[in-house]
Design a protein around this ligand. Structure first.
Ligand SMILES: *[C@@H]1O[C@H](CO)[C@@H](O)[C@H](O)[C@H]1NC(C)=O
Ligand SMILES: *[C@@H]1O[C@H](CO)[C@@H](O)[C@H](O)[C@H]1NC(C)=O
Ligand SMILES: *[C@@H]1O[C@H](CO)[C@@H](O)[C@H](O)[C@H]1NC(C)=O
Length: 272
């Protein structure tokens, strides 16, 4: 019923406007085709887009990358790439140019692709980031010297050092951290953090971990060491004299614990 009614309405429309149907069709075609129509000879600029892909890419320091700049202009007057990075090969096809960029050393670089179409220029921007996650984060067994522990953490093969924060945690809580923002070297680096903590009896057998965090403007890369325990039995051979003092101190702690246990035991015996 409904489709029959629709059909008869359409027939009615066609018979009512036999000549104007063509005009309507042409107008619709014109509206749909504006975005891809060739530039008008009068100089009015046609809308077009420029894209760069990928827009954000991370490479290892010294690595290379391909960026593809595409556009919807039927007849581009020019297509350029602006960057501080070294260029390699270029490939192109209809509506796109792909650029190879070599030896990316800066931690962050902007790359701009601009295309001129019918007198109008548009551009698209990509960001190339170079970073290297630490090869390893190693916390040495703590060295007990007197009543202090020497903690030494090695972060190897990391880049960029200027965005690195190294922290030490005891039982998950931060006890020390250092930001290396003063180091602006453009090379892979090894970082060793040495920190001395006072050791109380309660610190014994507490796990300590070392954490490296690279904060690259939104991109956060974390690595951490295996936990080490604060024990009294590891010492530096170079400081044996100091180590024997600390063993004496440890014995004192053990004896105090033993005495407390003995008193409790005796108290239980007398009650019985
Ligand atoms: C756009 O115009 C062309 C002819 O210039 C036509 O072949 C095509 O079908 C049109 N596209 C649309 C979406 O109307
Ligand atoms: C570049 O992008 C265009 C459009 O997306 C695509 O057709 C072309 O294959 C790409 N070229 C390369 C080398 O990836
Ligand atoms: C960094 O440490 C690694 C592993 O311990 C070593 O092979 C490399 O030579 C060191 N690099 C520098 C620059 O010290």
């Amino acid at each position: 019923m409904g489709s029959l009614l629709l059909l008869s309405l359409l027939l009615l429309l066609v018979t009512m406007y036999p000549g104007d149907g063509g005009v309507l069709d042409r107008r619709a075609e014109h509206v749909q085709n504006t975005s891809s129509s060739p530039p008008a000879p009068s100089g009015t600029s046609a809308p077009f887009w420029v894209r760069i892909s990928p827009e954000l890419v991370a490479v290892p320091p010294g690595g290379s990358v391909w960026l593809n700049c595409s556009n919807s202009c039927p007849l581009p007057e020019s297509s350029r790439l602006r960057t501080q990075l070294r260029r390699g090969k270029t490939l192109s096809g209809p509506g796109w140019v792909s650029y190879q960029l070599l030896d990316v050393k800066a931690w962050s670089s902007n790359v701009r692709c601009s295309v001129t179409c019918a007198g109008k220029t548009r551009e698209a921007t990509a960001r190339v980031t170079a970073y290297k996650r630490p090869g390893s984060v190693i916390l040495e067994p703590p060295i007990l010297v007197g009543h202090k522990y020497i903690l030494r953490c090695h972060v190897t093969h990391v880049f960029p050092v200027g965005f690195l924060v190294v922290s030490l945690r005891r039982s998950g809580r931060i006890i020390y951290f250092e930001s290396l923002e003063r180091f602006r070297d453009l090379y892979l680096a090894n970082v060793t953090l040495t920190h001395v903590v006072r050791a109380g009896p309660r610190d014994l057998w507490q796990p300590v971990t070392c954490h490296a965090r690279l904060n690259l403007d939104g991109l956060v890369v974390r690595s951490s060491s295996a936990p080490v325990l604060l024990t009294a039995f590891v010492w530096n051979p170079a400081s044996k004299a100091l180590a024997s003092i600390s063993i004496a101190a440890l014995l004192g702690i053990l004896l105090a614990m033993g005495a407390a246990y003995l008193r409790k035991y005796l108290a239980m015996q007398s009650q019985a």
